[in-house]
Design a protein around this ligand. Structure first.
Ligand code: 8YV
Length: 315
């Protein structure tokens, strides 16, 4: 008999076919009454397939699934999974690092180039016929500037590599100093003061919650740009709105928000902001690789083999 997986969201069609070949997949996102569906399959479910924007895997959900053995997250971040609750129940957790690194770093660069060089603004400017009335206001050079990266994990390092190719100087702040040729700042505020572009590439969760507040934005200064491809929770969004409104910072390029998919109304009207709908990993190629990694982790688990990309549960 096939094992049962509770899927909070779909994989791409090809990977979904593969998954459904090997498992009975309960498609929770299609259910009109998710609580009832969970109750109906409670004793059968051995695995949960979760994603960042599917509501997460709480202590309560784990409680409702007494035979749950593994949570396979479709994403690198797992701040929507209660890891302590998983550990307590001896539930394994996996994620999908590596395969999405390049695409996510590309989005950071896309936002940085766009907000500094008025990319989106220029496109709208041409489309609505304003060009014939005069030129677009001047923009800001990237070359020769200092890029401060918050969180120098794989994505942070991929951003650093790309930013170096644009002739910028790289500095970084992270939990610990790394063996890299970039200057490390233990103090985030001090780094923000040096940076022209502050790029957030750290993990979400309680440790980094609202770490970018008004004080840090003031340190970034009126010529500085904030780029966020990490999590909306890392930024105090009210402070950011204020800093953008009163030009405490020059602008922001944002792929993630505090309350996705909702973006504060005020932000929609700002021309010093470039907005994107959480698309770091959203390419055909990467989403397919992420799906395969989810499937491979599940196979490894149920075949008693080592997990490919386990999430370390705190000791
Ligand atoms: C989401 C992400 O997983 O990898 C992450 O941590 O935030 C994204 O790749 C993706 O949007 C699917 O929910």
């Amino acid at each position: 008999m096939k094992r049962t997986i509770l899927a909070l969201q779909s994989l791409l069609p090809d990977e979904m076919v593969k998954l459904e070949c090997d498992y009975k997949v309960v498609r929770l996102w299609e259910s009109n009454d998710p609580d009832k569906t969970i109750r109906d399959y409670a004793n059968d479910v051995q695995a949960v397939l979760s994603t960042y924007n599917s509501g997460g895997v709480s202590d309560r959900l784990m409680d409702a699934l007494p035979n749950l053995e593994i949570i396979a997250q479709f994403g690198v971040g797992y701040d929507n999974i209660d890891l302590a609750a998983a550990k307590k129940r001896n539930i394994a957790v996996t994620n999908t690092p590596d395969v999405l690194t390049d695409d996510t770093a590309d989005v950071a660069m896309f936002l940085m180039l766009n907000v500094a060089r008025r990319g989106v603004e220029g496109d709208v400017f041409v489309r609505v016929g304003r060009w014939s009335s005069g030129p677009l206001p001047l923009s800001t050079s990237i070359s020769g500037k200092t890029v401060g990266i918050v969180g120098l994990g794989q994505i942070g390092q991929a951003i650093a590599q790309r930013a170096e190719a644009f002739n910028t100087q790289i500095i970084y702040h992270s939990r610990s100093e790394k063996d890299v040729p970039y200057v490390y700042y233990d103090d985030l505020e001090e780094m923000a003061r040096e940076a022209d572009f502050l790029i957030l590439a750290c993990a979400g969760g309680p440790e980094t919650e609202k770490m970018i507040d008004y004080k840090i934005l003031e340190a970034l200064g009126s010529r500085g740009f904030l780029i966020n491809i990490a999590r909306g929770s890392v930024v105090d969004e009210d402070d950011l709105l204020l800093a953008l409104t009163n030009k405490t910072i020059a602008g922001a390029g944002l792929d993630v928000f505090a309350n996705e998919p909702f973006v504060p109304d005020a932000m929609l009207k700002m021309d010093n902001v470039v907005l994107s709908p959480h698309v770091g990993s959203a390419t055909h190629e990467t989403r397919s690789k992420m799906g395969m990694l989810v499937i491979d982790n599940l196979s490894a688990y149920f075949e008693g083999k080592p997990l490919l990309t386990p999430v370390k549960l705190a000791s």
